[in-house]
Every structure is written in structure tokens, then in C-alpha cells.
Design a protein around this ligand. Structure first.
Ligand SMILES: Nc1ncnc2c1ncn2[C@@H]1O[C@H](COP(=O)(O)OP(=O)(O)OP(=O)(O)O)[C@@H](O)[C@H]1O
Length: 229
């Protein structure tokens, strides 16, 4: 399998007032198509910062980020927004669903940026909800769903555009053990049966066991890279 993500000499600085803080130092990382990578490390080590760079939510201060051959660090913020909508699905710890919309409408949201007709949008969202096992909850609003179900809706929303890369920031951080296992098994299924490449930040060693590879960050540097223990 070929590399989907190639990161070379990536540095990220943040500015706090007059102070510049270097949060990521010369990161080198390759992720192959079809991998499920867990990114671990202490609080403040730079995990979310790295995830946001790979997902095109932010630009590095220096270095190269290539996704499927495309240099995303060279894109403007408008180009990056367009690139994200076609290439990356995001799953966050607190689901980020629109509270006034049904599960079905939440899943359709990313498709509003495409040229698909309303009927096609409905159809694709229905397929995505089916895939996460929530076809029977399509008309429910987020507050009528459990945390685990809300996270599965957010996963359906993340995959509805058929992105190459799924980026998950602590996807089980707000869930009980059983709901977390359900969500992780779903991610495994998307990885193994639907070929999605997954990058997941987690603090939970049990969650990391579901990945095929675990990468550790410490103080802005990659310190370990291997199989889950
Ligand atoms: N927008 C920002 N402006 C300034 N500093 C920031 C910004 N975002 C993050 N930082 C700093 O960068 C460092 C790394 O933050 P980051 O959120 O990437 O860490 P993390 O490993 O994901 O932590 P956690 O596990 O607690 O979520 C921290 O010291 C944080 O305070």
C-alpha cells in the first residue's frame, strides 16, 4: 500500500502575545493507505495540533504535508476548506452535532457543499446511517440519542462524502466503556471493510489497542512508533 500522509520537517509555532512557543519540532511521519493509527502522548504534547495540520484545519509554520500526493501546506485557507470537504472526515470528542436537526439532516450537512440533488443527499445520508447501525434513528434529534449513538451519527456525517482519511480526536473520551467499544468496533469495520485510513488521538490504551499502529508524541516530538501493546 502507498503512503497517504507524508510529513516532512513539520514545525508549528503558536504566538502568545509577544512570546512564540514551538509546539511541534521537525516532525517526520508517514501513514500508509489503509492504516489505523492511534496518536498518544501526555496532555499538551501537541497531538491535536498535529491532527489539525494533517486534517488541513491549520497550516504548519514550516515543513511539508502531503496527502495523497498533494501539498496541503501550500493551499490558501479557501483552497484548504474545499480540499477538506472532499478528502477528510472529522470525528470529535463532543460529537459537534447540530441540536435542532435530526440525525438524517446532520449527516446530510457536509453534502450541502456539493452539487448533489436533495434526493441524492438524502439517499447518501441514509446509506451512511445504515452503515453505522442507526437507520431506525434517522428522525431523532441529538438530545433523543445516547452519547454512543450521537457519536455514531457524527461518524456517519464524517464518512458521508466518502473521504480518504478519517480524523478522530478523542472519539471515545466522553463515552462509557461499552459505548466506547461499539464506536471503536465501528471504526475497525470502516478501516477493514471499507478501506478508510484512520488517525485517532486517544488517551485510552484500550482504545489504542484497536489500532494497527500506535505513535507517541512527547513535548512536540515523535518518540515511539509501533504496534499496540
Ligand atoms: N491556538 C493556540 N494558541 C496558543 N497555544 C496553543 C494553541 N493551541 C494549542 N496550544 C498549545 O500547544 C500545546 C499543544 O497543544 P495540543 O492541544 O496540541 O496538545 P494535546 O497533546 O492535544 O493535549 P490534550 O491531550 O490535553 O488535548 C499546548 O501547550 C497548548 O497550550
Amino acid at each position: 500500500m502507498s503512503d497517504l500522509v507524508t510529513i516532512r520537517n513539520v514545525r508549528k509555532d503558536y504566538r502568545r502575545g509577544s512570546e512564540v512557543v514551538e509546539v511541534l519540532h521537525s516532525i517526520q511521519l508517514d501513514i500508509r493507505q489503509g492504516e489505523f493509527v492511534a496518536l498518544m502522548g501526555p496532555s499538551g504534547s501537541g497531538k491535536s495540533t498535529l491532527l489539525n495540520l494533517i486534517g488541513g484545519l491549520d497550516n504548519p509554520t514550516d515543513g511539508e504535508i502531503r496527502i495523497d500526493g498533494e501539498r496541503i501546506d501550500e493551499l490558501s485557507s479557501n483552497q484548504l476548506a474545499h480540499w477538506r470537504s472532499e478528502n477528510v472526515g472529522f470525528v470529535f470528542q463532543f460529537y459537534n452535532l447540530m441540536p435542532t436537526l435530526t440525525a438524517q439532516r446532520n449527516v446530510e450537512l457536509p453534502l450541502l457543499l456539493t452539487n448533489l440533488s436533495a434526493a441524492e443527499r438524502r439517499q447518501r445520508a441514509a446509506v451512511a446511517l445504515q452503515l453505522v447501525g442507526l437507520a431506525d434513528r434517522a428522525k431523532h434529534k441529538p438530545n433523543e440519542l445516547s452519547g454512543g449513538q450521537q457519536q455514531r451519527v457524527s461518524i456517519a456525517r464524517a464518512i458521508v462524502s466518502d473521504p480518504k482519511l478519517l480524523i478522530c480526536d478523542e472519539p471515545t473520551g466522553d463515552l462509557d466503556r461499552q459505548s466506547a467499544e461499539d464506536v471503536l468496533n465501528l471504526l475497525n469495520e470502516l478501516n477493514r471493510q471499507h478501506g478508510k485510513t484512520i488517525l485517532m488521538v486517544t488517551h485510552d490504551p484500550k482504545a489504542a489497542e484497536h489500532a494497527s499502529r500506535v505513535v507517541h508524541l512527547d513535548k512536540g516530538e515523535l518518540v515511539d512508533d509501533g504496534q499496540p501493546s
